[in-house]
Design a protein around this ligand. Structure first.
Ligand SMILES: [Zn+2]
Length: 304
């Protein structure tokens, strides 16, 4: 039985109706605040996320409730690094987190976390990036301020007063098959041998199915049909929602766009069993990272 994609299944009641007044939880007995600093989360010596009971500022974002416990995430990125040379140490004692904590980008440790914990971290991370990039109104340029427990920002210019809501960018990712072969490609900056299904952002004015067909044609010169939705995954690196599809190849000759891909190839399902893992330090062909929906699309196809 293959689990749903990683970073899904955050076990929180998002409690939209409590967001307006969520700050009251911060002074209550049952609160957990996940610190976030310059794109990184804090981990204890055992590799589990560190949380605090008291906020350090006024901008903790309400994530939701787990039973009676209110979960928040707080951006501490304004604090200086405790050691300018080693960002893994983060703001350290300045943020009053345990001295054993390391500060690591979720991209570097997400696959070491249980799926539900990874889901909470991904949820908060996506909100943190949204706040960092929406401090000013996109309509009039005035500063914005936080509302609804961190789930809205409001333009402070009374003549504009535009509300802004957290957003996520839809991207399609597709396993294209030709019988027992799948189409995989790689970008030049990936580790040697790393391969993935193709992917790309959805553009204004097109359906998801059209985006799938366009991206495969653009990147690999392959025409597809029978585009079928399979599942989705939050991918807050920094703000995507990955929408996963299977598609069937109508043509099989590959003509790659070198601006997008270094290479693309057809891989037989039996070859996949001999592939290595992302980060295994070898040059041999590798499956996509274990926490990616690309990997999930391949595993569900391979074991169908
Ligand atoms: Zn405005």
């Amino acid at each position: 039985m293959i689990q749903p994609p990683h970073y899904t299944g955050a076990p929180l009641d998002r409690a939209d109706h409590l967001r307006e007044d969520a700050a009251r939880f911060l002074s209550g007995p049952d609160v957990r605040i996940l610190p976030f600093w310059q794109g990184r989360h804090a981990l204890d010596a055992a590799g589990a996320p560190v949380w605090r009971r008291t906020p350090l500022g006024e901008a903790a974002v309400f994530l939701g409730l787990a039973g009676d416990t209110a979960w928040f995430m707080e951006d501490l990125s304004h604090l200086p690094a405790v050691d300018g040379e080693d960002r893994d140490l983060g703001p350290g004692t300045a943020a009053e987190v345990p001295a054993a904590a390391r500060w690591i980008d979720l991209r570097g440790f997400g696959n070491t976390q249980p799926r539900d914990v990874a889901g909470v971290l991904a949820y908060g991370r996506g909100l943190m990036f949204w706040h960092q990039n929406h401090r000013f109104c996109g309509r009039c340029g005035a500063p914005t301020e936080v509302r609804k427990g961190g789930h809205q920002r409001q333009c402070t210019n009374a003549d504009c007063a535009a509300p802004h809501f957290p957003r996520t960018d839809p991207a399609v990712i597709m396993l294209v098959s030709d019988g027992d072969r799948v189409l995989l490609g790689r970008q030049a900056w990936w580790p040697p041998g790393a391969l993935s299904t193709l992917a790309g952002f959805v553009e204004p004015g097109e359906t998801l199915e059209e985006a799938v067909a366009r991206e495969v044609q653009e990147e690999a010169g392959v025409v597809v049909r029978d585009v079928v939705y399979r599942g989705s995954q939050p991918w807050p690196f920094p703000s995507s929602l990955m929408l996963g599809f299977w598609a069937t190849a109508e043509t099989t000759d590959i003509h790659i766009d070198r601006q997008e891909l270094e290479t693309a190839c057809w891989v037989h399902r039996d070859e996949l069993a001999g592939f290595g893992e992302w980060g295994d330090g070898t040059d041999r062909p590798k499956l996509p990272r274990a926490d990616s929906i690309s990997r999930w699309l391949i595993e569900t196809w391979r074991t169908r």
